[in-house]
Design a protein around this ligand. Sequence first.
Ligand code: PLP
Length: 229
Amino acid sequence: MGAIAEGLQATRSRIQAACRRASRDPDCASLLAVSKTFPAAAVREAHAAGQTRFGESYVQEATAKIAELADLDLEWHFIGPLQGNKTRLVAERFAWVHGVEREKIARRLAEQRPPHLPPLNVCVQVNVSGEASKSGCAPDQALALAALVAALPSLRLRGFMAIPEPTDDLSLLRGRFRQVAELLEAAQRQGLAPDTLSLGMSADLETAILEGSTLVRVGAAIFGARTYF
Ligand SMILES: *Cc1c(COP(=O)(O)O)cnc(C)c1O
């Protein structure tokens, strides 16, 4: 078995073990393979090992890879920070966007989503650590932004995404993830129908699953260390 197939298998085992430990269904969290910085050949290898959902962070890199892999049936997720001048390519080429943090970006994506495609799946990104350098809207603005996304017909509100600050303090980390889980519940109580908590990466997927993550975004544990981020 190649290194990527092994990385996938090990990651799937971690997810299943974490779901069991959280007393959740063994397939409670879907795996998004984060292929940023890795070549199309690596994605092809992961696909051959059964992976179909892939995440990318850089628009130019991603669109080249998507074109190169057009012969495969893949589901592409944009997970990077999204500038206003890059929304069109994302609206045209991706199935999901995890990093929507402002009304203006949501409206542009909605306008630019081609009408022949299904609605673009959107997660609102929340800055749970309050770090000025981090992407995401303030937690107290997340529900309003979610409601706006839900009201735009070419977008489909799926849920919330967050990247807490790195920490060894597990109870702090759990609290960050829980804050996002509570936003999802609040949105559901308001009559919105989000179903996705995009939480957890290579280093912290177990903790994220304990707090209800339904989708983990994993790069390094599958593809190896990146030489740039
Ligand atoms: C790069 C990236 C990941 C994957 O991180 P790993 O530590 O390699 O698992 C997940 N989410 C986002 C938003 C990323 O940019």
